[in-house]
Design a protein around this ligand. Structure first.
Ligand SMILES: Nc1ncnc2c1ncn2[C@@H]1O[C@H](COP(=O)(O)OP(=O)(O)OP(=O)(O)O)[C@@H](O)[C@H]1O
Length: 687
């Protein structure tokens, strides 16, 4: 007999206090040892319309609700005696007649009976709506609705639902049906029906997003250890397919912010480690704090007893290179930092009497062209395409600039220093020549910000073969790198790229406002498309608030009020994040925080460090004219093309900051405010 766990059970378990949860876990372990439940006290729940619901006694008060048939036991819920029985009486669990997926269905008429009119006005969904509130799905017939998994008894409610009422109704529908309908509301198209299922309903991809088979003690341990981390156990079918698909070459998963790309990379690393117990796996990301966050999440996926975690190395790009450098050279690299480089560039420009180029331009040209591409001669600089640098730099300008870069390079070398890019490039050369590679599988998160030298490095330390290089990233969040062709460096993900479309982090309201900052379709230099249309969020929240204030003082008052309201609504101080464009603006954020009445100290950071983070409430402050886009950056633009590029990057920065929010977002500035704020507030015409 097989044991399965449902997400309704793990969610209920996560709500119990520790001592009760412990008792529940031990009962579930007993069930796993003997799923027939012979040694346990079991009672059929007579009042349920579904005859397969049983209760299992945990202690005097707690009951597990299980759904039993001839060859499997599904642990569906846990709760105190009466509410647990009520839960089972109001549900049935069955395979959907069209899709074949197992669904946990709320019995339609019992939901209606129990709704509080203020919380969920059933009539408003079914009565004739006002003219401006037309039913959204009236044009879809029963057959179409059933094809996406709407349970038969909910079809009429869906057909009568207005846009406003739909989110409340969606909470009662199986996820696949709710998502398909949201996609229809956003794009006017219903996703293609899944092919008629001939498989076991428990193996259906939509079943696996809520009901998971438990193969062994280790899987059970993992599922029970972190019941609140739903992503640890239940994946969206598109996430699962990115985790499980084998690829003959490099592959990529894309998707807007919060669609679970990192979650896919984590699960995929664990899957590869489990499939090949000898494999050496690297999971890497942009920065040390993000690598630390990955380490913590990895622990959710693999109980220590499994030994899997030890075989997965989790480090930032730079830390991986540093360690391999030490292995090759027997010493730590001495890196020339940005401060030193700025100074050297300034001095060299003065020495060579090169004027008319800002310090920022010189550093950017050094970082994104000279160093990134390993330009070592005046000829190479003359001929380089300056990929991603949109401004045209004529032959005379290049001739004048070269001595500056050349002398900076010699000073670095004379001082026994190196740069990150040089180190990545040199290691790439060393490892390209070796047949023995340090890792069997490499998974790279935040891949949109990989520089050319880093990409070359990872390609060189990966072996040739199946599943060796996997990238997770979002072109819409590229804020550190200029675009360039991955293919020209031997990394080709064309035909092996998939896009996630369900956003788990950010409410529908915040996500759709942030989406207005970016084009609906993005394409990388190699032509790989990232289609963002049709992305949906799985929950609703208040609309984001954009406030352009009369003065910094008024802005501080608005921010303080927002912090107070967030705390009152239940956010812990560390669940509130405040982002500003530059380090100089941190003081303005601090002044606002000090005015909050509850003494809360939320996280304050520059937008560039927002990457990968998430908070319940977010404030993006100081979005003034001249700050977003930043005047200094705009002043560097050599021509229209480069100006466009700077604008796009600054927009993406604001997008990254706004999409760190789960439930509430406040964006502020002082008058007249950043021009991007108008996009954030603008209604996008229906797609
Ligand atoms: N299948 C899932 N079930 C529940 N929650 C999920 C699932 N997948 C992802 N999440 C949650 O959604 C949030 C975003 O996930 P994740 O960080 O992987 O997204 P991302 O696409 O990498 O985001 P970003 O591009 O902004 O870094 C996290 O809180 C994660 O736990």
């Amino acid at each position: 007999m097989n044991l399965h766990l449902a997400d309704t059970f793990t969610a209920a378990l996560a709500r119990l206090p520790a001592h009760e949860a412990k008792a529940v876990k031990s009962t579930v372990v007993d069930l796993h040892i003997d799923p027939s439940g012979n040694g346990l006290q079991m009672h059929r729940i007579d009042k349920s319309k579904d005859p397969n619901f049983w209760s299992v006694r945990v202690n005097r008060d707690l009951r597990l609700i299980v759904h039993k048939n001839a060859d499997s036991v599904l642990v569906a819920y846990v709760g105190h005696h009466d509410p647990a029985y009520v839960w089972a009486e109001r549900r049935r669990i069955e395979a959907h007649p069209r899709t074949g997926a197992m669904q946990i269905i709320e019995v339609r008429e019992l939901v209606e009976e129990t709704q509080q009119p203020s919380a969920f006005n059933f009539e408003s969904l079914t009565e004739a709506p006002a003219a401006e509130e037309l039913p959204v799905f009236a044009g879809l017939d029963e057959d179409q609705l059933m094809s996406v998994g709407v349970p038969a008894d909910w079809v009429e409610d869906v057909r009568g639902a207005t846009e406003d009422g739909f989110f409340k109704l969606a909470a009662h529908l199986p996820d696949e049906a709710a998502e398909a309908l949201l996609e229809f509301a956003a794009t006017g198209k219903l996703p293609a029906p899944a092919p008629a299922a001939t498989i076991n309903p428990y193996e259906h991809p939509d079943t696996l997003r809520r009901i998971r088979p438990i193969a062994d003690q280790e899987e059970l341990e993992q599922a029970l250890s972190f019941p609140w981390d739903k992503w640890g156990v239940f994946l969206h079918p598109s996430q699962r397919s990115s985790v499980e698909r084998d690829h003959g070459g490099s592959a990529r998963v894309a998707g807007s912010a919060g669609t679970g790309k990192t979650i896919v990379a984590l699960h995929r690393a664990v899957r590869l480690a489990k499939t090949n117990p000898r494999a050496r796996i690297l999971l890497t990301t942009f920065s040390d704090p993000l690598a630390d966050a990955l380490k913590k999440k990895l622990a959710v996926l693999s109980p220590e007893t499994s030994g899997v975690v030890r075989r997965i190395t989790v480090e930032s790009f730079q830390r991986v290179a540093e360690q391999l450098f030490q292995l090759v050279h027997g010493a730590r690299p001495r890196i020339a930092g940005e401060q030193l480089l700025r100074g050297l560039l300034k001095k060299a420009a003065e020495q060579h009497n090169v004027r008319g180029f800002s310090e920022r331009f010189l550093l950017s040209e050094w970082t994104h062209v000279i160093d990134a591409w390993g330009i070592a001669s005046a000829e190479a600089f003359r001929d380089v395409q300056r990929m991603g640098r949109k401004s045209r730099l004529g032959p005379n300008q290049r001739e004048r600039l070269w001595p500056v870069f050349e002398s900076v390079r010699s000073v670095i070398t004379e001082q026994g220093l190196t740069t990150w890019a040089t180190m990545f490039s040199e290691l790439a050369e060393t490892y390209s020549a070796k047949s023995e590679k340090p890792f069997d599988h490499i998974l790279i998160d935040e891949a949109q910000d990989l520089g050319p030298a880093e990409l070359r490095f990872f390609a060189a330390i990966a072996p040739v073969g199946e599943n060796t290089l996997f990238f997770a990233g979002d072109l819409g969040q590229r804020i550190f790198q200029h675009p360039y062709s991955w293919k020209s460096l031997g990394v080709d993900v064309r035909g092996r790229s998939s896009t996630l479309k369900v956003c788990y982090r950010t409410s529908q309201q915040i996500r759709s406002a942030a989406d207005r900052l970016l084009p609906e379709q993005l394409r990388d230099v190699d032509g790989v498309e990232d289609e963002r249309r049709g992305t949906i969020s799985v929950f609703e929240g208040p609309p984001p608030h954009v406030e352009v204030c009369g003065s910094a003082n008024d802005e501080a008052a608005a921010v303080a009020q927002f912090i107070d309201a967030s705390i009152e609504a239940g956010a812990a101080p560390d669940e509130i994040g405040i982002f500003v464009r530059t380090p100089q603006l941190v003081e303005r954020a601090k002044a606002a925080v000090e005015r909050a009445s509850n003494g809360a100290r939320p996280t304050i950071s520059v937008m560039h460090l927002a990457k990968g983070l998430e908070f319940k409430s977010v404030v993006v402050m100081c979005c003034d004219e001249g700050v977003l886009p930043l005047d200094e950056r705009v002043a560097d633009a050599a021509d229209e093309a480069e100006l466009d590029d700077i604008y796009e990057t600054e927009r993406r920065l604001l997008y990254v900051a706004c999409t760190r929010a789960r439930d509430s977002l406040l964006v502020t500035g002082t008058k007249p405010g950043s021009e991007f704020l108008r996009d954030l507030m603008r209604e996008r015409s229906p797609r």
